[in-house]
Ligand binder design. Structure first.
Ligand code: ZN
Length: 249
């Protein structure tokens, strides 16, 4: 039924300028799935309610990265991978696989330290060295940075800014790192609001298994996986703010 509806909505978004056909197809879509609000004339029917950021930290991981990429590609979804420099150095072929799969590759430090506790220049070097490693492997300089454990302060933010990196925290924690089940991870993703960003981990098999349901549920809500970009808005995180949201890829 979902597949059928998606075929209809593909056709819908393909013919936005033809009102009568659009109306007919919209009516057909409503018959197929009554709970879905149909908004004829919206440019992209699939993503009519906006975008969310799927993020996977701590990779690449020999046991899981390939199956995660396979699941994302099968769901036609893109995600942001916050890799560590040490894992990237150990498995550059998996970083290149992420890149080939169209994923966004981002900076999660070299060794995953508590950046707010190691002082300078150690904190700066953790981030700067990762930029060099990822650039050497991919040819591109990452633009996004996530501090390990979500631990940041003015100094860490200044380091990121000096390296032209946007600091990215999250609005939803899947708690896959704490042993959440696939059902719990899917339920967490169901709470994502437009523009929101969910924390998951490259190494967490339940998060790999959650991909099809996460993406299906997002699509039912008119939300699509997107890329992460700067916003002047203050996005609350713990007792601070960050400036990143998910937008159209
Ligand atoms: Zn991490």
């Amino acid at each position: 039924m979902i597949r059928h509806l998606r075929r209809l909505t593909d056709r819908l978004s393909a013919v936005p300028s033809h009102p009568s056909r659009l109306a007919a197809l919209t009516a057909a879509a409503l018959v197929v799935a009554a709970p879905l609000p149909a908004q004829a004339g919206t440019p992209s029917f699939h993503c009519r309610n906006g975008y969310v950021g799927l993020t996977y930290d701590d990779g690449p991981t020999p046991e899981t990265t390939s199956s995660l990429l396979h699941a994302l590609r099968a769901a036609n979804a893109k995600a942001t991978f916050f890799n560590t420099g040490t894992a990237a150095q150990a498995h550059p072929e998996l970083v290149r696989a992420q890149q080939r799969a169209g994923m966004w590759i981002a900076n999660h430090t070299m060794t995953h330290p508590h950046l707010t506790q190691i002082g300078e220049p150690a904190a700066f070097n953790e981030i700067a060295d990762t930029q060099r490693v990822l650039r050497r492997i991919t040819g591109d300089r990452p633009t996004l940075f996530r501090p390990p454990f979500g631990e940041t302060n003015d100094q860490v933010q200044a380091d990121a800014t000096r390296l032209k990196l946007l600091e990215v925290l999250w609005t939803v924690d899947s708690r896959d790192w704490a042993g959440a089940t696939t059902a719990e991870i899917v339920a967490a993703a169901d709470t994502l609001q437009p523009g929101g960003i969910i924390l998951m981990h490259d190494w967490a098999q339940p998060s790999v298994d959650a991909v099809p349901q996460i993406v299906n549920n997002l699509r039912k809500r008119g939300l699509c996986p997107g890329k992460i970009a700067f916003t002047p808005r203050k996005i609350p995180y713990s007792d601070i703010f960050f400036h990143a949201v998910a937008v159209a890829p």
